[in-house]
Design a protein around this ligand. Structure first.
Ligand SMILES: NC(=O)c1ccc[n+]([C@@H]2O[C@H](COP(=O)([O-])OP(=O)(O)OC[C@H]3O[C@@H](n4cnc5c(N)ncnc54)[C@H](OP(=O)(O)O)[C@@H]3O)[C@@H](O)[C@H]2O)c1
Length: 342
């Protein structure tokens, strides 16, 4: 105790220059430590699994967007891609753009019989090797809207595809993935980390995060690795400007009269413009997302979570760690005021 007090006193009596020198040394140690951490992480993460050309990867929602690009990317890298498309037209287009090794199957993830048939098809393809990768990518947003404007049927549709579909496909394919000690990559969203502006879609993505976390913990003794990909805003079929704005209009038009009176036309007009601005600012660099998916499937040490896109990394993720009241203020400060606001 006495020694401690004495050393503190000595610190105080050090000349200013010596104290500055100590602070500088402390900062240098810190920078070196952080640099070393990132260097080791970079080295660890760049190790690639062997025999990629023999590995089968099944991807849902390959008609367009991230799924379509990932299928082409993995095919070019030599993996055996089993691409599930919702429509035959989407499957045909994809086959035309890829090698003979890529195969397609039609799959609607809201239909039990469709999932069972796709699982049987995958089983026949992979045989005893099992399925190395399952990418749960298919998803819908239906309409960008407030929770109150969305009909319960629309909400159910979103949950059926984005959450129940993901759970059902995963549980159906899991024995095949377990056999290969493979990977499951679930596409969530940055809106699965912090809920904002997309109503029940956020609920579905929070569900995907929870499902992935619990599955990772349950499967840790089977050598199966689960990764979650959380994209920010990207320009795909889901964020198509014309269709999305039409969807916003439809949800407002369909909303009950009392809800319209509560919010008012001015609120809707401002909301519409905010959505439009958001859609116009979507990133067109889809590789930022598919590179994360590819890493999760091919690296010896995949990450548990990948946030993809600058908005995700530098705005939404930091925001999700702030106190809720501060995050609420930042997210809603530019929102309009409803007609019947109190
Ligand atoms: N774009 C973004 O900014 C963004 C951000 C965060 C997360 N995400 C997530 O990324 C994933 C891929 O979306 P995306 O942006 O690439 O949009 P997308 O281009 O619309 O791709 C979604 C795919 O899912 C398919 N699909 C829809 N319903 C299906 C069903 N019932 N069964 C099977 N497939 C179905 C679609 O088929 P059709 O084309 O034939 O309808 C389409 O191929 C989704 O999970 C989405 O939530 C996207």
């Amino acid at each position: 105790m006495c020694k401690e007090v004495l050393s503190n006193l000595q610190d105080w009596t050090l000349p200013e220059q010596a104290r500055e020198g100590r602070t500088l040394t402390m900062w240098l140690y810190l920078v070196a430590f952080v640099g070393l951490y990132y260097l080791l992480r970079w080295y660890r993460e760049r190790q690639v699994v062997s025999h990629l050309r023999d590995k089968f990867v099944f991807i849902t929602g390959c008609d367009s967007g991230f799924g379509n690009l990932l299928a082409r990317q993995l095919d070019a890298r030599g993996l055996r891609v089993l691409a599930a498309c919702l429509t035959e037209k989407g499957a045909e287009q994809l086959r035309r753009q890829t090698s003979d090794r890529l195969e397609t199957v039609n799959l609607d993830i809201t239909k039990t019989e469709s999932i069972a048939a796709a699982t049987q098809w995958v089983k026949e393809h992979v045989g005893d090797r099992g399925l190395w990768g399952l990418v749960n990518n298919a998803g819908i947003i239906k309409r960008v809207s407030l929770c109150e404007w969305l009909s319960i049927d629309d909400s159910m549709d979103i949950l059926k595809v984005n959450l129940i579909g993901v759970i059902q496909v995963t549980l159906s394919m899991l024995p095949l993935v377990r056999r290969a000690r493979g990977r499951i990559v679930n596409v969530s969203s940055i809106l699965g980390r912090i809920a904002s502006f997309a109503g029940v879609y956020c609920v579905s993505k929070f569900g995907v995060e929870a499902f992935s976390d619990i599955l990772r913990r349950e499967l840790r003794h089977f050598g199966v690795k689960i990764s979650i990909v959380e994209p920010g805003y990207f320009r795909t079929g889901m964020t198509n400007l014309t269709q999305s704005l039409e969807g916003v209009k439809q949800s407002w038009e369909k909303a009950p009269k009392h809800i319209k009176e509560t919010y008012g036309q001015q609120y809707f007009d401002a909301f519409y413009n905010i959505v439009k601005e958001g859609l116009l600012s979507c990133s067109t660099n889809l590789n930022l997302v598919t590179d994360c998916m590819e890493h999760a499937l091919t690296s010896v040490h995949p990450r548990t979570r990948y946030s993809a896109g600058w908005d995700a990394k530098f705005f939404f993720i930091p925001l999700s760690y702030l106190p809720t009241s501060l995050a609420d203020y930042i997210l809603t400060r530019s929102w309009p005021k409803p007609a019947q606001a109190v």
